[in-house]
Ligand binder design. Structure first.
Ligand SMILES: C[S@@+](CC[C@H](N)C(=O)[O-])C[C@H]1O[C@@H](n2cnc3c(N)ncnc32)[C@H](O)[C@@H]1O
Length: 278
């Protein structure tokens, strides 16, 4: 909670991370706030199990609308302020962690400017959790001592990319790409041109921790074909680097792995479930 004086009727906004989708990965605090909230503003990323656990009369979807249009960020910002000024206890629920590619920073700024008391409730973030449940540690003491988290889909209104792929290649560490399904051909090519070996291991983890999780493995050279063969769709995480090969060592003993992926070595694909962008 902020130190702001909230002695009048102003409500409180909690910017809450839901984790990657498995309801058991909600934090205890997130679960309590969801139970206590007057209103929960959410998009699709928390996943159906978590969203449907909130009574329909207490939730508002501010994600994609029917027809594919997104609710504007300015609408969400205004709605948060409006509800808080009505004295409501509001949860803004976001997939993963609210401050990791989640626009939580923008919403926090708006709330602070409007004088609305708010708190940040961190969540289990997908760029670590999705590879983890797929048997991929993003660092490994013997092999890789740094990891970079990067977006594969920048704001299209930006004049220039702020992702320096050659610099990322130079780190020698693991590269984890969020929102990176569509632009996979572009950034794998950039990393190749920057000198990463074509046989560098790559894994795609679709809907990590969800019942329909799928994992596809390959190399910088083969992963685009593997993505297309499996029909991988967002939300998915791309892991690039030596650690992506660890899955093959662990998968035979890995519980809840998304399954059918004992075939990944030969076909680079797992099971078949598909879904929406998030
Ligand atoms: C707007 S970002 C939000 C990230 C989120 N705040 C977090 O900390 O995980 C959306 C992207 O997160 C990734 N993502 C979120 N949940 C995921 C999951 N369960 N499995 C795989 N990727 C996920 C995907 O790359 C997706 O396109």
């Amino acid at each position: 909670m902020s130190d702001t004086d909230d002695s009048d009727a102003t409500g409180v906004v909690s910017l809450v991370g839901s984790g990657p989708g498995d309801p058991e990965l909600l934090t205890v605090k997130a679960r309590r706030l969801l139970q206590e909230a007057d209103v929960v503003l959410h998009d699709k990323l928390p996943g159906p199990e978590i969203i449907e656990s909130i009574p329909a009369q207490r939730r508002e979807d501010v994600g994609k609308r029917a027809g594919g249009d997104r609710t504007s960020q300015s609408y969400t910002n205004e709605r948060l302020v409006e509800l808080a000024r009505e004295g409501k206890q509001v949860v803004r629920l976001k997939g993963g962690d609210p401050f990791v590619f989640g626009r939580g920073g923008e919403e926090a700024e708006v709330l602070a400017e409007a004088g609305i008391p708010f708190e940040v409730v961190p969540g289990v973030t997908s760029p670590i959790a999705a590879p983890g449940v797929a048997g991929i540690p993003v660092t490994h003491r013997d092999h890789v001592s740094s990891v970079s988290f990067v977006t594969g889909h920048e704001d299209p209104t930006k004049a220039e990319s702020s992702v320096d792929w050659p610099a990322l290649a130079d780190t020698g560490g693991t590269i984890v790409v969020l929102m990176g399904v569509g632009k996979l051909p572009e950034y794998t090519a950039e990393l190749r041109s920057a000198g990463l070996a074509p046989e560098t291991p790559v894994a795609l983890v679709e809907r990590g921790t969800w019942p329909a999780m799928r994992v596809v493995t390959g190399t910088l050279d083969t992963i685009v074909d593997a993505r297309d063969a499996a029909g991988i769709e967002p939300p998915a995480i791309t892991v690039i680097g030596e650690v992506a090969a660890y899955r093959e060592e662990l998968v035979a003993f890995l519980r809840g792995r998304g399954d059918a992926d004992a075939t990944a070595e030969t076909t680079h694909t797992d099971s078949t479930e598909r879904g929406d962008d998030a």
